[in-house]
Design a protein around this ligand. Structure first.
Ligand code: ZN
Length: 469
């Protein structure tokens, strides 16, 4: 009897050890380094009047560690090489997507999940054919082959895609003589239904097995920054909700693998726009909350892993003084990009004869300058100098970052508020800074130590029991 109960206990332990998650979420914050997460938590604490942190949903997960991100060729990776590492477990050269250095194709964990009978979803806030999502389904020597990446989407046969839109769907960048059709037409012929916006998704979801969800009205190839979004805009939380409902609609299915990218954290980092970046991290957390609610309903069947591809901007919290003033950022009401549009509209309205008082009024409305945010004489003088240079002369030298082209006034306002908020930036590029990893659910404990980015998909596949090459 005693022997039998030991045997049964052993069997029980063995089966419980072997438990595989039916549902796997893989959240990737593009450009979300360790300090971007810390800054957001300390910012939230200051808004409540506290020094310290106000945790996000994902920072409360029971497992946390740090990830190294260097690529095969560079100490500082780009999103294509990092995406390939996070998706396939292979280091590659910067710029390459779903292929290793010698351009041999390598498959991703999403492909392995699909081959093992799971439903697969790939989603982002940027273009669906951008580097990070692309790394999960495409194989291209260059991340810039946007049209070809979009074409690779059909071959993946994955079940659900979502994002802002396609980048370069008409292949304007390198259109050949024999160009015949847009990326939209290619994916529709490949059996995908396109939905534009959440209500269109709801109307079409029941009658199709393969769905691509874009924002309702094309506002560029990405969703607007969270700080600039209105209630009408599709959000990453909406995308997560839509994906879960689509990937679970077939009750007999084995489960799903779902990658969700907070793709614009990186853009705000490139632009050194701290307030916009905090909102992006909070937006990303809001999407994770949707997955966490799902986890609470299926705690023994779900794994959630949250990480990032690399750090952007070399952000640091604290820029000289021992007192932080992160809450100052709450006075910024739009991204530097959106502020640029407001300045442009003012120029158009006034036929380029814009007064200093009008610019000051905008700075007050969108940055709190001269109101909640007191400016020093030097700061006022710096803003006035930018005004004299860019509103009095005809030629305006725009400030370019990787994804933005901003009015110098927007740039100067952002620099002033970031400096006053104690945020420091090292550059407008990526850094080799640690990125964090947080996990919860079945098998999460496998991530309780420093990992290289290439180890993440391999460990996840092992936990989930995805048999692969
Ligand atoms: Zn980047």
């Amino acid at each position: 009897m005693k022997k039998l109960s030991i045997f049964l206990l052993g069997l029980l332990l063995l089966t419980s050890c072997k438990k595989e998650p039916k549902y796997v979420f893989y959240f990737i914050g593009d450009g979300m380094g360790a300090y971007e997460v810390l800054a957001t938590q300390m910012y939230n604490a200051e808004l409540k009047g506290n020094i310290g942190i106000e945790p996000l949903c994902f920072t409360q997960f029971p497992v946390a560690s740090l990830v190294t991100t260097y690529s095969a060729t560079n100490g500082v990776t780009d999103s294509a090489a990092a995406g390939t590492a996070l998706a396939t477990g292979h280091k590659t050269k910067n710029g390459a997507l779903g292929v290793v250095n010698d351009t041999t194709k390598v498959n991703s964990i999403a492909y392995w999940a699909k081959a093992n009978g799971y439903k697969v979803g790939i989603s982002t806030t940027v273009g669906i054919n951008h580097a990070t999502p692309g790394a999960f389904y495409a194989h291209q020597a260059s991340r810039n082959n946007y049209y070809q990446i979009a074409g690779d989407l059909v071959a993946s046969n994955y079940d659900f895609f979502a994002g802002g839109d396609f980048i370069d769907p008409e292949n304007k960048k390198s259109r050949a003589e024999n160009y015949t059709e847009s990326a939209y037409s290619i994916i529709e012929k490949g059996g995908y239904t396109i939905a534009r916006g959440y209500s269109d998704f709801e109307a079409k979801a029941a009658t199709t097995d393969k769905m691509v969800l874009f924002q309702a009205e094309k506002k560029g190839d990405s969703l607007p920054y969270a700080i600039d979004q209105t209630d009408e805009d599709l959000s990453l939380a909406d995308i997560t909700r839509a994906g879960i409902s689509f990937l679970t609609k077939d009750a007999s299915s084995k489960g799903f693998f779902f990658m969700i990218e907070g793709g614009k954290i990186d853009g705000a980092g490139h632009a050194n726009d701290a307030a916009t970046e905090m909102y992006e991290v909070i937006d990303f957390d809001n999407a994770i909350k949707v997955a966490y609610e799902f986890y609470q309903q299926h705690p023994d069947e779900t794994l959630i892993v949250v990480s990032a591809d690399h750090e952007t901007g070399g952000m640091i919290v604290g820029n000289g003084a021992y007192a932080l003033s992160l809450k100052t950022l709450a006075n910024q009401k739009c991204s530097a990009g959106a502020f640029t549009s407001k300045l442009k509209n003012l120029r158009i309205k006034n036929q380029n004869k814009v007064s200093w008082e009008e610019v000051q009024a905008l700075l007050k409305e969108y940055f709190g300058f001269g109101d909640a945010v007191k400016l020093t004489e030097a700061e006022e003088a710096a803003l006035k100098a930018v005004y004299d240079q860019t509103f009095q002369n005809k030629e305006v030298q725009m400030e370019e970052s990787l994804y933005e082209n901003n009015e110098p006034m927007a740039g100067e306002a952002k620099r002033i508020i970031d400096k006053k908020s104690s945020i420091g930036w090292t550059s407008g590029s990526h850094s080799a800074g640690y990125v964090p990893l947080f996990a919860i659910g079945v098998g999460a404990e496998a991530f309780n130590a420093q990992v290289d980015n290439t180890e993440i998909p391999v460990k996840m596949a092992e936990i989930a029991g995805y048999v692969h090459e």
